[in-house]
Write a new protein. Structure first.
Length: 91
């Protein structure tokens, strides 16, 4: 799978999700947009800044932002569209 792709077959019901994280950098222009898109489709999430947790980024092979991590798995290594998020989270 290309690093900018995601698993098109991945479907997640919100009640099944344990942890949704946006891995961001403090200067990333796209990261606030991803957070707003997740809010819009009612997906609870948190933001972790790469500068504050380099060990997490290293463990997930994250070198740029934004990244969307669901239950410890990188789902997107880029800014997904609202439609892509809706497909993933069945909204």
């Amino acid at each position: 799978m290309h690093s900018l792709d995601y698993d098109i077959n991945l479907k997640i019901k919100q009640e099944e999700i344990m942890d949704v994280i946006i891995i961001a950098t403090k200067k990333c222009n796209h990261c606030p947009n991803m957070s707003k898109e997740l809010d819009k489709i009612s997906v609870e999430h948190r933001i972790v800044y790469a500068e504050d947790d380099p060990e997490l980024c290293q463990s997930l092979s994250i070198r740029h932002s934004p990244n969307l991590v669901v239950d410890g798995k990188v789902v997107f290594r880029r800014q997904p569209s609202e439609d892509e998020l809706r497909k993933i989270f069945k909204s």
